[in-house]
Design a binder for this molecule. Structure first.
Ligand SMILES: Cc1ncc(COP(=O)(O)O)c(C=O)c1O
Length: 463
């Protein structure tokens, strides 16, 4: 998609306009852009991203958001409703994650800005708690290589050493023996994913839990992606292993309401087995001239609209609504996986769930991607090995989408065979660097990525 597709149609604002634009004209522009961009994913060909995709549901959420969009939830004396929403979002999430199994501590939570926000708060909480209770001054955290980059970001931000545990290439699951040999007195927590972003597989959380208990360290389960769908997969009888508070060593779980919770973008829930762990990262400034200040997490002011819309999504859908959507998503994922399995040239990685990933040995799987793009598909690219992943969401459950995937995939495999001796186009952007990542390649790729990010806030050149 072009970076500046609107420059010829709508005014480019290089300065704050002296005179405002009439509301109707502003909305007209926004509606035109929104409609065009929605058309891209509405057909169901886009992996992940639009977890709900139901415009009726979005209208309902927007109405809930609109009632509280102007409210600042930092000022709770003015908005006790925010306390109701936040407390109930956390309680309902804890319920889904079987906090009733917790004994001896008080489960608690935080509503954050998204998956990265939850992971950052978890890493901060483990660092602070270990410093306060065990005197740890050089903290480290162990994550499977497959766990989300948000852990790397959090460790980078908070001065925590990150140890990346390898995974078994056949199962994509973390090597628990490696983790066992790398835990030491400065380890604040282990990490497992349920499920990971790359392969949709669930780490052996039971084994990690036993190890965490044995070594007296925390265990964060990243359920950002799976937290609101895997519990229903379990209820429906899919072979999803237990990953929640029924395992005694699990001390925190993140679950994103803005993914399979079908809420608006901008919320996630970070839950804790023990309120003490959450509270260890509370921030206080009692001697500020501006007054006494405290905040439960990193954010300061937040919109009440997001809490209201998240609460509305959960209460409106209820378990029955979530289970129904999960049933359709798991069934669609199974059909799409079957299409992949029907090609001996393609290989599914590990034992996936609602999200699956596949590679190819006879040819570079990015040839498949090149072709699927011509049919409007947007899969996510991976490396080591080169692979493509599809996070099945509600748009893929629309009639005919799984069948279309099977038909387009068959054509894509034929295309890949025919072009196997050429370099795939999309591989240059997403694929692994042949021969491994050299320092030069790393520096070059970072330059290209920085350029891409610069472009996201650039205005088109012109007078
Ligand atoms: C497993 C997992 N964890 C964390 C995240 C980060 O979430 P966010 O993009 O909301 O910050 C993602 C995002 O896709 C994810 O899949």
């Amino acid at each position: 998609m072009a970076s500046f597709p609107y420059e010829d149609r709508f005014a480019v604002h290089r300065t704050l306009p002296e005179d405002g634009t009439p509301r109707a004209a502003v909305i007209e522009q926004l509606a035109a852009m929104g409609k065009e961009e929605d058309a891209f994913w509405e057909s169901g060909t886009c992996s992940g991203t639009m977890y709900c995709g139901d415009h009726d549901h979005y209208r309902f959420l927007s109405e809930a958001f609109g009632l509280f969009s102007h409210v600042n939830v930092l000022q709770r004396d003015m908005c006790p409703s925010a306390t109701k929403f936040e407390a109930e979002i956390i309680a309902m999430t804890l319920d889904l994650l079987h906090a009733e199994a917790v004994a001896g501590t008080t489960p608690a939570g935080l509503v954050t800005s998204g998956g990265t926000g939850s992971i950052c708060h978890a890493v901060l909480a483990y660092r602070e708690h270990a410093a306060q209770t065990r005197g740890v001054t050089r903290p480290n955290l162990i994550k499977p290589e497959t766990a989300h980059p948000a852990f790397d970001k959090a460790c980078h931000l908070f001065g925590v050493e990150l140890r990346r545990a390898p995974v078994d290439p056949a199962t994509t699951l973390v090597d628990v023996d490696w983790v066992r040999h790398h835990v030491d007195d400065d380890t604040v927590a282990l990490v497992g994913s349920a499920c990971n972003y790359g392969y949709g597989t669930v780490d052996p959380i039971g084994e990690l839990s036993a190890l965490a208990l044995e070594r007296g360290v925390g265990l964060h389960v990243d359920g950002c992606l799976g937290g609101f769908i895997l519990p229903f997969g379990q209820e429906l009888g899919y072979p999803v292993p237990v990953f929640d508070y029924r395992l005694e060593g699990v001390t925190s779980i993140s679950a994103d309401t803005h993914k399979y919770g079908y809420a608006l973008k901008g919320t996630s829930v970070l839950t804790f087995r023990d309120k003490e762990l959450r509270n260890s990262q509370y921030f206080f400034l009692t001697d500020w001239s501006g007054g006494k200040y405290c905040s439960p997490g990193m954010e300061g002011s937040r919109s009440g609209g997001l809490l209201a819309a998240t609460w509305a999504s959960m209460v409106q859908l209820g378990r029955r609504g979530y289970r129904h959507h999960a049933e359709e998503i798991f069934a669609t994922s199974a059909r799409m996986q079957e299409a992949v399995r029907s090609h001996p040239e393609l290989r599914l990685l590990g034992d996936p769930t609602f999200l699956f990933s596949f590679t190819s040995e006879p040819f570079d799987v990015y040839h498949v991607n090149d072709f699927l793009r011509t049919r409007g598909w947007r899969l996510n690219g991976q490396q080591y090995p080169n692979a493509l992943h599809m996070a099945v969401t509600r748009p893929q459950t629309l009639p005919g989408v799984a069948e279309r995937f099977a038909a387009d995939l068959a054509d894509a495999v034929a295309y890949a065979h025919a072009h196997r001796d050429e370099a795939p186009q999309s591989g240059a952007v997403y694929g692994g660097v042949a021969g491994g990542m050299t320092e030069e390649a790393d520096a070059f790729i970072k330059l290209v990525m920085a350029d891409l990010m610069d472009g996201q806030s650039a205005i088109p050149a012109g007078s």
